[in-house]
Design a binder for this molecule. Structure first.
Ligand code: FMN
Length: 338
């Protein structure tokens, strides 16, 4: 798959995740093998009004690249100006347009997936953004449509291709589905057959086998992983290894997850300072301990942390307790307690 200067084979991309995708999260994903990362969606209105919080969301460093800045908005002129600012001030590898967000705050202003209700507006937004972006390649991320009864992905795919879009990510659900039901991967396969530009398949990849199945069933050019990466940067290495060798890496152990969570916390504190970083880290910690023995009690403690030391102490105590249990059970390997 070629997008601008990027040349990626069997890519495994980290999805744009608003409120989650920040520098630490992206650094860990890239280190684990993610082929491209994204910011969460950024408001085009906020960009052109030079809102500090919005501008901060677009900052990145080379160790988060390749990176796409994802834009949302419903006004073509604003999208054009925002894309222009991004290309002049931030120089990401990609500018991605969000045509998939189902969140009320966004669709009420006719942004995100709401744009898919109006094909002419979709086309205008695409043209304006491509114009504003200059040399930076523009991609789009869509759902199948606003409602199941009115799928528009093939029409939007054709328009996108004609307007200079360099790749399309399809989250294979309509807006009305939210995250419910199963993603309909046959839509990805259909879109892939209908257009020449690269197609990135997205929706319900939770394991290396899922990723391979999506490549096999849809012939997509790359896959994108969202929820499965929460508290689990290992997923990128696991998928890539499986795609390359057909063999599954061992699932990450409790020890590896604790070590990764602590490293993540250190990066958060480095980025946001101790007080803010530790509090921001709470929800990520909740994701890291998913599936741990006694996860509910552990989470209650982790949701109160105020410092790196709090995090270290809680994990130390937890680890010691696990070892005590495992000694009583005569086994002592991490595998046994994982
Ligand atoms: C917490 C969260 C935040 C999200 N934020 C965005 C976003 O900013 N832009 C976007 O295009 N999609 C967003 N999505 C959707 C994901 O990018 C992805 O399309 C969706 O989760 C399906 O992929 P998955 O099944 O691998 O999770 C978000 C999803 C979640 C769970």
């Amino acid at each position: 798959m070629k997008i601008g200067n990027l040349n990626i084979t069997k890519g495994v991309l980290l999805a744009p995740l608003a409120g989650v995708s920040n520098r630490p999260f992206r650094v860990l994903a890239i280190r684990a093998g993610a082929s491209i990362t994204y910011t969460g969606m950024v408001s085009s209105e906020g960009i052109i009004r030079h809102q500090q919080r919005t501008w901060d969301m677009m900052k990145f460093q080379p160790d988060e690249q390749p990176i796409g800045i994802q834009l949302f908005g419903a006004n073509p002129e604003v999208m054009k100006q925002a894309a222009q600012i991004i290309s002049e001030e931030f120089h990401p590898d990609i500018i991605d347009i969000n045509f998939g967000c189902p969140v009320r705050k966004v669709v009420n202003k006719n942004g995100g997936a709401a744009v898919l209700k109006d094909i002419l507006l979709t086309e205008e937004i695409i043209k304006a953004t491509v114009e504003g972006a200059g040399q930076i390649p523009v991609t789009i991320k869509i759902r199948t449509g606003w409602e199941d009864s009115n799928p528009v992905y093939l029409k939007v795919g054709e328009i996108a291709q004609n307007c200079g879009i360099k790749a399309i990510t399809l989250h294979a659900r309509s807006r009305s589905k939210g995250f419910s039901g199963k993603a309909d991967w046959s839509a990805i396969e259909e879109l892939k057959r209908a257009v020449e530009i690269p197609i990135i398949g997205n929706g319900d990849i939770f394991s290396p086998q899922d990723a391979k199945r999506m490549f096999d069933e849809t012939a997509c050019d790359a896959v994108m992983v969202g929820r499965a990466a929460l508290g689990n940067p290992f997923i990128f290495r696991q998928i890539k290894h499986y795609l390359k060798t057909g063999e599954l890496l061992e699932t990450s152990s409790v020890k590896e997850k604790i070590d990764m969570a602590q490293l993540h916390a250190e990066l958060m504190v480095e980025q946001y300072g101790e007080a803010k970083g530790a509090v921001m880290m709470r929800r990520y910690l909740g994701w890291y301990v998913k599936g741990f023995k006694g996860a509910a009690e552990l989470r209650t403690l982790l949701f109160q942390v105020k410092s790196i030391n709090d995090i270290k102490n809680i994990f130390n105590d937890y680890w010691n307790q696990l070892h005590a249990i495992s000694r009583n059970n005569t086994g002592n390997s991490d595998k046994k307690i994982a």
